[in-house]
Ligand binder design. Structure first.
Ligand SMILES: Cc1cc2nc3c(=O)[nH]c(=O)nc-3n(C[C@H](O)[C@H](O)[C@H](O)COP(=O)(O)O)c2cc1C
Length: 358
């Protein structure tokens, strides 16, 4: 019997030859100006056998929400044109790629922003931990609380990036609502204590995401807009008082909009005491569901077989194995990821992982 991960799947007009998704992964190899490069095109094209590639997080705001010069952007035409290198290389290699649109929000540092940029968030609550700057690691700053005019501008920035992504010939976009970045900062109540209609209830906290979704759906069919969330991730001081109830509500609101998919970062087995929110999301979201987080061949197949997911995204294992679906098919051993080169420059640990022989 063919492994569930290696069976085909379709979303709208897009046909995926397998259900092995390449998870979005920041690799910090863009050129000055936040421009994608030929090396990035090679890296993604090597991984074109994925059912779907989700790009590394791509910055949408030219002033705020940035982190370092080597994370790519999609807020001007030069960046759009440079992304064509990547999308065309992936398509020529037979693949499909979505652009992950993102904003760091409070997880940025003033020293890394453009003049006029600010560290911003739904509420003036600093992320916990430290951020790496040119002067070494420093504590996160307390962000400025966004006002509703700022929020409207941000929504338009996502819409512009989505339009540029379409011109750059991506197959769709993913709204990065996970891992403690701006949309996630709105979604969860440890970082969102607003008293206006962007805070309070789960529906209010989801308003920013839904406004972005609606603005982006002026540009893209809904079946080409995915959403990523991480309901129980505690990275950077994130938290939520009731993730099951809150993400049940968020899943229902998203379900009504029929996005391409909902992408949930949650491992197959949660640490003790942490609820399995993906189950509640599955029960309350009618569209395709992607799960990500520490999955392997066996747990990925099981997730699909038992109906817990439609597709499974692989991060570190796809980073280290450009031919991951083929290795899953043949049973070939996997290359080990080299963490030391996750965020360095050049080919080492990027485009030089070997393909399996034969
Ligand atoms: C080097 C690296 C960079 C990452 N960058 C992003 C990112 O840009 N956006 C995002 O949503 N997740 C990012 N992640 C998280 C992955 O998408 C994925 O959820 C995580 O690695 C867990 O999956 P895994 O155990 O299969 O690696 C990153 C992970 C790694 C290892």
């Amino acid at each position: 019997m063919i492994a569930p991960l290696l069976t085909s799947f379709s979303i709208g007009a897009l046909n995926f030859p397998n259900r092995v998704v390449m998870a979005p992964m920041t690799r910090r190899r863009a050129a000055y100006g936040k421009l994608p490069t030929a090396l990035m095109a090679q890296y993604y094209a090597q991984r074109a056998s994925a059912g779907l590639i989700i790009s590394e997080s791509i910055e949408v705001d030219p002033l705020s929400g940035l982190q370092g010069p080597t994370r790519p952007g999609l807020f001007n035409e030069k960046q759009r044109d440079a992304w064509l290198l990547v999308t065309r290389a992936v398509h020529e290699a037979g693949g499909r790629i979505f652009a992950q649109l993102s904003h760091m929000g409070r997880a940025a540092h003033a020293s890394q922003l453009e003049p006029g940029g600010r560290v911003i968030a739904p509420s003036a609550i600093a992320a916990s931990g430290q951020i790496y700057t040119a002067k070494g690691p420093v504590p996160y700053e307390t962000p400025a609380e966004l006002d509703t005019t700022d929020i409207a501008t941000l929504v338009q920035q996502y819409a512009l990036a989505a339009a540029l992504a379409q011109e750059a010939e991506f197959d769709g976009v993913e709204l990065h609502g996970a891992n403690g970045y701006l949309i996630d900062q709105f979604l969860r109540d440890a970082s969102n204590q607003r008293i206006d209609h962007y805070g309070g209830s789960a529906a209010n906290r989801a308003r920013f995401l839904l406004e972005i979704f609606d603005a982006v759906s002026q540009v893209w069919p809904r079946s080409q807009i995915g959403v990523r969330v991480s309901p129980t991730n505690t990275f950077q001081g994130m938290g939520d008082s009731d993730p099951v109830a809150h993400f049940t509500a968020i899943a229902q609101l998203l379900s009504a909009r029929a996005p391409a998919y909902l992408h949930v970062v949650e491992p197959p087995v949660q640490p003790e005491g942490v609820p399995y929110v993906a189950g509640a999301i599955r029960a309350n979201f009618t569209g395709p569901l992607i799960l990500a987080g520490k999955f392997g061949l066996a747990t990925g197949n099981a997730a699909i077989e038992t109906g817990r997911a439609d597709l499974v995204a692989f991060g570190e294992s796809f980073l280290a194995n450009p031919d991951l679906p083929q290795r899953f098919l043949s049973g070939a051993a996997l290359n080990e990821p080299d963490k030391a080169t996750f965020y360095t420059s050049g080919e080492a640990g990027y485009t030089d992982y070997p393909f399996a022989q034969g």
